[in-house]
Design a protein around this ligand. Structure first.
Ligand code: GLU
Length: 290
């Protein structure tokens, strides 16, 4: 069997904290213990939030932790044309449609629906897409696009799930409800997810599955907060005809109040801890790396 391939895939939209250290070290240790490869991938598709100084800090913090990775590092912002091709492929099969509502309009539509009964939420707690854009004619879509309106390209979940039903994945870690082993994917729980936007030809879901496949990643080891996103990833892998890795979702490092760590909190940022004299060994202990 070829050696396994692991990856750590941070977004350079803030400084790494103890939670990132846990994930990076776990991936690195697993790769070393199995004679596998460890890749670092920079997930920088969001030009409004990603900054070069955060990317430079990622390299610096990981090196300081004693982590080394294969080069060259893949930066998603350099591969937009590849993601665009995948969107076009799905669009050509009638699985994608443009939706023109702003965030405020979506919130208003949801509030309107909720005057009668609760509107369904996705596994992250966000309301499912409530609009009617799916039923617009091709001519109406064209007209709105030609007017210069902003839009999101959404996956027609009902059509997509009909093409790829009964999906599951092998989970070596654990979901938030203790799910492990063979887990049934439930992509419908996410509704018509956004796969791209007018200004950004991709999304987290789309680029992560394309890159994991392209880089030959065999083992996706990441935080439990992304557990149910795997349902969407399995659906996209099936629609695009790309292989599925094994998944291992790990527990999250929480703060003293039991909350998920945030990139904007200085207290647990690796560079802050380093500045206070912490060593890489201290970081392993503080993050609880096994
Ligand atoms: N880029 C994602 C993040 O920083 C992680 C993606 C993944 O591991 O699948 O949260």
């Amino acid at each position: 069997m070829p050696p396994p391939v692991f990856r750590f895939a941070p977004s350079p939209n803030g400084y790494l904290h103890l939670g990132h250290a846990f994930s990076a070290l776990l991936n690195f240790d697993l790769a070393r213990a199995s004679g596998g490869q460890f890749l670092l991938r920079i997930e920088d598709i969001d030009a409004t939030r990603c900054r070069p100084e955060f990317e430079a800090a990622i390299y610096e913090d990981l090196e300081w932790l004693g982590i080394s990775w294969e080069t060259p590092v893949r930066r998603q912002s350099e591969h937009f044309s590849l993601y665009r091709e995948a969107v076009e492929k799905l669009s050509g099969r009638g699985l994608i449609y443009p939706a023109f509502e702003s965030r405020a309009e979506i919130a208003r539509l949801v509030a309107e629906r909720e005057t009668t009964s609760p509107w369904p939420r996705d596994p992250d707690g966000a309301p499912l897409y409530p609009g009617a854009a799916k039923s617009f004619s091709v001519a109406a879509r064209r007209q709105l696009i030609d007017q210069g309106l902003s839009y999101a390209l959404r996956l027609d979940m009902a059509a997509a799930a009909a093409e790829a039903s009964g999906l599951n994945w092998v989970e070596h870690g654990e979901g938030p409800g203790g799910e492990t082993g063979l887990v049934a994917a439930r992509p419908e729980a996410w509704g018509d997810v956004i796969l791209a936007r007018k200004e950004t030809p991709t999304s987290y879901h789309l680029s992560v599955v394309i890159d994991d496949a392209l880089q030959g990643v065999t083992d996706v080891v990441r935080g439990q907060d992304l557990f149910w996103s795997t349902s969407v990833h399995r659906l996209l892998q099936s629609l695009l005809g790309i292989p599925q890795p094994i998944y291992r979702h790990h527990r999250l490092v929480l703060d003293d109040a039991g909350q998920k760590l945030s990139k904007s909190t200085r207290a647990t940022a690796l560079r802050e801890l380093r500045g206070q004299g912490a060593t890489p060994t201290d970081i392993r202990r503080l993050a609880g790396v096994p």
